[in-house]
Ligand binder design. Structure first.
Ligand code: PMP
Length: 447
């Protein structure tokens, strides 16, 4: 079974974002909670939550049962009908959404959610430009990959017109030469205002940002930044789109990270954690301004599987389980009493750790060759031999039974939100141990 899964994969599966020939994918045979195992029975503690979506861990009984019950009842329904699973999922998502956000447009994942948010913003405002951050990922189709700031967009260029990029706050590598977090926040807002001014505010439909930047480094915005962006959008009549595909549904200890700063966006995109990734689901939550734009004229967009019943049943069960099990509270609590303090302590002992940052179950360790110059352990967008120090670190984690999430010169600590304290300690112990490999590169004494 394992051999044939591997053989058939190599013969017939074309993988995402990869050069195909050299791939050696691990066959994932099963999982429970924060652990999964391969075909040979090797067990891994999942500090990546698969793709930062497995917020409730593998095989949560309530979610599995909900999918099974829905499958026995009704497996598919066209989007034009109303249906129990979709209606209840929409009601629950509207209930946990901030402010007056009241309606949900369902998609099959985060990319489509962003694509539709982009279209909604342009049609609602009658303007065409969208401002998006350099350090961002928003998805893989034409519009979403253009909004993406990171190198994944390069291979798709030239892409859709009308996207203008700005720098968001990143105190550790400030684009504004700021020396304090406060200064970083103020200068980032001044910079964004200049972008508005120079682009012509009347041409800007929306600002899109990841409320807490995910793949590009777990950048938690300074207090005041999100509210400042909201003010600029209001001043210039643009919509604020918060992409919460990764930061939403528990990851930051809130339903939506925007709640932490009390900011109400016009549109929120979500996916991943909404049903812990058990069945593909995403969507856009929207408020009155966008709703009213399409109250009398048709919204020109749709998807055959919008609000698929199996996916929505899984979302209803996920939100119910998160509420009943106090998942948000535990994420907030363990993020600030266990993960944060342990990472700070690890950072103090490892010279290769330049910065640790995060909140909830959403943390990054940024690795450097030199703490003073902050030279990255591997260069931006490193591949092949250039990326070897990170590959070595990943291999060392896997040998010790830890499945890490890494990106460029960073290790992200993003375990399922239900991971036990003992397992969090185990994973952090392993990271602590393997970071000595990075230290060796730091001191220039690598073997
Ligand atoms: N936005 C953000 C912030 C994401 O992290 C991702 C996926 N990593 C996406 C959009 C795209 O979502 P999907 O892969 O489900 O299409």
């Amino acid at each position: 079974m394992t051999d044939s899964a591997y053989r058939d994969d190599r013969a017939h599966v074309f993988h995402s974002w990869s050069a195909q020939r050299a791939l050696t994918p691990t066959v994932l045979a099963g999982g429970e909670g924060s652990w999964f195992w391969d075909g040979e029975g090797r067990r891994y503690l999942d500090f990546s939550s698969q793709l930062v979506n497995l917020n409730l861990g593998h095989q949560h009984p309530r979610v599995v049962a909900a999918i099974q019950e829905q499958a026995a009842k009704l497996c598919t329904v066209a989007p034009t009908f109303a249906n129990d699973a979709r209606s209840e999922a929409a009601r629950l998502i509207a209930e946990v959404a901030p402010g007056d956000l009241s309606h949900v447009f369902f998609t099959n994942g985060g990319t489509e959610a962003v694509e539709h948010a982009l279209r909604m913003a342009r049609l609602t405002t009658g303007r065409h430009k969208i401002l998006s951050a350099y350090r961002s990922y928003h998805g893989a189709t034409a519009g979403a990959i253009t909004l993406t700031g990171d190198p994944r967009r390069w291979g798709s260029e030239p892409s859709i017109p009308g996207v203008v990029r700005f720098f968001g706050p990143y105190p550790y590598r400030s684009a504004f030469h700021a020396t304090t977090v406060r200064e970083e926040c103020d200068r980032a807002l001044e910079h964004l205002e200049q972008v508005f001014t120079l682009e012509g505010p009347h041409t800007v439909a929306a600002v899109i940002l990841e409320t807490v930047v995910g793949t590009n480094g777990i950048l938690v915005p300074p207090d005041g930044y999100l509210a400042g962006v909201r003010d600029l959008c209001d001043r210039y009549g643009a919509l604020l789109i918060c992409d919460e595909v990764m930061s939403g549904f528990g990851r930051c200890g809130e339903w939506f990270a925007a709640d932490r700063w009390g900011v109400v966006p016009d549109l929120i995109t979500f996916a991943k954690g909404v049903n812990s990734g058990y069945v593909p689901l995403g969507g856009v939550v929207l408020g009155p301004r966008v709703y009213e734009a399409f109250a009398e004229r048709p919204y020109p967009g749709g998807l055959t599987y919008s609000g698929h019943p199996l996916a929505c049943a899984a979302a209803v069960a996920t939100i119910g389980a998160m509420r009943d099990e106090g998942v948000l509270e535990r994420v907030r609590d363990l993020g600030s009493t266990l993960i944060g303090p342990r990472l700070a302590e690890i950072a103090a002992r490892h010279p290769s750790v330049g910065d640790v940052r995060g909140l909830g179950f959403f943390w990054a360790i940024e690795l450097v060759r030199d703490r003073d110059t902050r030279e990255m352990l591997v260069p931006y967008n490193a591949a092949g031999a250039d990326a070897a120090p990170m590959a070595e670190l990943v291999a060392a984690c896997k040998e010790r039974g830890l499945w890490p999430f890494t990106h460029f010169n960073r290790v992200h600590v993003v375990p399922p939100c239900v991971t036990s304290e003992a397992d969090l300690d185990t994973g952090l112990d392993i990271l602590d141990e393997v970071l000595t490999l990075a230290d060796r590169h730091y001191t220039g004494k690598e073997a």
